[in-house]
Design a protein around this ligand. Structure first.
Ligand code: SF4
Length: 190
């Protein structure tokens, strides 16, 4: 796949993103928007899609899985700019994550990131339809589940997913330390 297919541009429409996602899966045709939205909301499904790209039968089954229908209604929600921006951000972050081989952070880093979010004034409840649709594990006292369904008020991301992905970063500078984010990780904003 060429680099030109792998980057979500600020001017991309939903159909541009579906074409790029199709290319990511080695297909000439765009994927259905419900496939794109499910992949970015359910990392397990997204990983299965990308890792099945050389097995047409499995890929086809995933592309037409009945569960994808659940996301049909959220395709309509993309008419709202804020929902559309969320999808764009999530699609870009998924593609970035796929490029580093779907690496997830260690439990120690997950705990540290989660602690920081739990103390953060930007931690908030989901308000947008797309944020509410994202399947998250119930809030428990376990590492990675303490955050429940909360989202980051700055980037709008579902934190249960975001916290685990190596390619993700906190969008806010640390209030007391230089050159690090609120997760106490080196700032690498572009
Ligand atoms: S990702 Fe960063 S800014 Fe967002 S809630 Fe967590 S610590 Fe706060």
């Amino acid at each position: 796949m060429g680099e030109e297919h792998s980057i979500i541009e600020p001017t991309d429409s939903l159909s541009d993103m579906c074409s790029k996602f199709g290319k990511l899966l080695g297909k000439e045709e765009p994927v259905d928007a419900s496939v794109l939205i499910r992949a970015i909301n359910e990392p397990g499904y997204g990983i299965n899609l990308v890792t099945s790209k050389n097995t047409p039968e499995s890929l086809n089954a995933l592309l037409h899985a009945p569960q994808n229908k659940r996301y049909k209604s959220s395709v309509k929600q993309t008419k709202s700019i804020s929902n559309f921006e969320l999808i764009k951000k999530a699609a870009a972050s998924f593609i970035l994550w796929s490029k580093i081989g779907f690496l997830v952070v260690s439990n120690e880093i997950l705990e540290k990131r989660e602690d920081a979010c739990l103390r953060c004034p930007y931690l908030t409840d989901p308000t947008k339809t797309l944020q509410k649709m994202i399947p998250s594990k119930k809030q428990t006292g376990n590492i990675g589940e303490r955050i429940g369904k909360k989202v980051c008020g700055v980037c709008g991301c579902n934190l249960q997913n975001k916290l685990r992905l190596s390619s993700e970063s906190c969008p806010k500078k640390h209030p007391e330390k230089e050159d690090v984010t609120r997760w106490d990780e080196k700032i690498n904003y572009k």
